[in-house]
Design a protein around this ligand. Structure first.
Ligand SMILES: [Zn+2]
Length: 272
């Protein structure tokens, strides 16, 4: 039985996050137009993505919470406490959403920006605590950035877990969780952005990766789906996510868990 941990990185909150703060929209106009010419997206998706800057929300957290809850998944949502690489909302702008996610029984953590400077890492941790009114459950770095000392530094920061280790060449890292000091590192097994962006191809690639997990007899796998894609703008990849969750639900080989419950189980089975 493989335990599946589902997580969501909240890269965007509101459309106004990016007004005069970064170049997300101009870049998106260029990218989506090229994608349309190459027939990688439909005209409707082109339209929806390019008018998304006028909508209130860029996140789809509520719809995703409802979907996950229906499937009995206590997923984890990671929120940015610092700006960078197209993540441009301020901590205070996230406060209400963080509390809502927590009140709904889901797990919440930090979507980290600094992966090298201990001082800034600590600051993001403390900012979350002050903003939310409770400590973060764990962390994942934005753009899964890390170096040789990132996990060691994070282990001194107060996080119970990190879920950043990700091999971009291999479409993820298929490896069991392991301990770094007092912190657990849960390598990221499958990420939406590192799959083909067409539904059928994404599905085939995922099945291939899951076969590898089975061959390696993994006990835990971590899945990342970005909540901003849980809408008509990103039809194929949203359908991939819905298919994947259904696939896990229907199979006797998989069971859902959360980072917190996984840690409890790992610690109680003597992996201290
Ligand atoms: Zn991110």
């Amino acid at each position: 039985m493989i335990k599946v941990i589902v997580s969501h990185d909240v890269d965007h909150l509101f459309a106004r996050d990016h007004w005069f703060r970064d170049l997300i929209y101009p870049k998106m106009w260029v990218r989506t137009t090229l994608q349309l010419i190459r027939r990688e997206i439909t005209g409707r998706e082109w339209f929806l993505r390019n008018t998304s800057c006028f909508r209130k929300n860029r996140h789809n957290i509520e719809a995703l919470m409802e979907f996950d809850r229906k499937h009995g998944i206590t997923s984890t949502f990671f929120f940015g406490m610092s700006k960078g690489l197209g993540m441009s909302y301020k901590p205070e702008e996230a406060a209400e959403t963080i509390r809502k996610v927590k009140e709904n029984g889901f797990s919440v953590g930090v979507h980290g920006i600094d992966f090298q400077d201990d001082g800034n890492m600590q600051k993001e941790y403390e900012t979350f605590k002050e903003t939310a009114g409770f400590p973060p459950d764990g962390i994942r770095m934005h753009y899964v950035r890390f170096d040789d000392s990132t996990f060691e530094k994070l282990s001194h920061t107060g996080y119970a877990f990190d879920s950043t280790e990700f091999n971009k060449q291999d479409n993820g890292t298929r490896k069991n969780p392991y301990k770094v000091g007092v912190m657990w590192e849960f390598p990221l097994t499958i990420m939406d952005g590192y799959l083909p962006q067409q539904y059928e191809k994404a599905k085939q690639k995922t099945l291939e990766l899951l076969r590898e997990c089975k061959d390696k007899q993994l006990d835990y796998i971590s899945v990342l789906f970005h909540d901003y894609q849980f809408c008509d703008d990103y039809k194929d990849i949203r359908e991939w996510y819905m298919w994947l969750i259904q696939y896990f639900s229907d199979s006797h080989d998989y069971d859902f868990t959360s980072y917190r419950d996984a840690i409890r189980q790992l610690e109680s089975s003597g992996n201290k």
